[in-house]
Design a protein around this ligand. Sequence first.
Ligand code: USQ
Length: 407
Amino acid sequence: MKVLVTGIDGYSGWPLALHLLARGHEVVGIDNFATRRRVAEVGSWSATPIPSFARRQLAVKEVLGKEIAFYRGDLADYDLVEKVLATERPDAIVHLGEQRSAPYSMIDVRHAVMTQVQNVTSTLHLLYAMRDKAPDAHLVKMGTMGEYGTPRVPIPEGFFEVEYRGGTDTLPFPRQAGSWYHWSKVFDSGDVMFASKIWNLRATDVMQGVIYGIRTPEMTDRRLFTRFDFDETWGTVLNRFIVQAILGLPLSVYGQGGQTRGFLALEDSIQSLRIAVEHPASAGEYRVFNQFDAAYSVNHLAEATAGIARELGYSPTIAHMPNPRVEQERHGYEPIHEHLYTLGYRRTRTLDEVIREIFQTLRRYRRRLEAKRHVVQPTVDWRRPDNRGSLGARAPTPPTPPPSGAT
Ligand code: USQ
């Protein structure tokens, strides 16, 4: 198949591209390098040094003997989106090209608006361009488990049967997102569902849990590594805990630490996206996959990290910090995740194994972690209207529009 990966330069986009190539698919990518700029904006960088995209393409050619076609540009540019779809006519589009950080969206009004405008616009642009230029393509849209929040009932895969005042129906499960970022994904879901209905498009909305991990099997050479973020804004919780253990910083459990989310390893996240691509939705079908392996509380992840850190000779401490977010800290969590398993998905990585792999890989990059230790602990507070001041020396400048144009 020919697969267009939007956000191909990112944490998930890059390993997905490598995996699709290894499976014999053709890959075309588009990216505006916004994540590189925004991580710099908060004063951080990837623990793993990331080559320029041109160097990545060269490494793919040398190591894997494959080519990746690439467009440098912004999905906010509709003419470009239409041109890419008309030129490439992909069989599938995996849409990862959105602002992915909840804390970043909570910095201030500009970051909130930019997140929602960018995310909703990019998806709408893709939907319109699909309608006009690639109506048979299958859209695999990166959503998030965080759309559902933490209700006191089991969470179905998108839809559930409702009986109310004598009537019954199958309806979208209620959304209770926990950040402006997560709400942007809710709006996207509504738009994708509506577009597939009115234009007969094929779509899979992937409600992905929190990803952790640093390596996938295709990263056989350092030049093929993906980025690994660990600062308070861009790093996800388990990845951050491991870095904190390495740096001798307390593992930052927010509040009571009973917050529970679905988690999955990077490699298995890539596996499940590939399975969605290889099993397209039917024309006019909008389907929802809940994508995670296991639910863990933040306390569990902190204990697991600390245990392995001790074995490796570190002296980790765990701190329960005032929670900068507004979220339940003790709750049940029972999401259903069956659809991917019926298509052949199987978990390949255990939590402990991946934690060890991250520790081992990061050993080589300790100096890069040390250089950014001041941006690891939390400062962005959900309740404060403007967090730029709290970022101190790394006070972010307003986001700037990226250049666009195909290369
Ligand atoms: N947390 C801590 N300490 C930290 C960082 C986070 O206790 O140092 C807690 C948070 O309060 C939260 C949980 O860990 O309860 C997860 O936080 P996170 O930063 O790892 O993940 P989140 O903000 O939920 O977002 C991440 C990705 C996002 C994706 C989402 C999936 O950045 O792109 O959509 O995970 S989900 O969480 O299922 O919505």
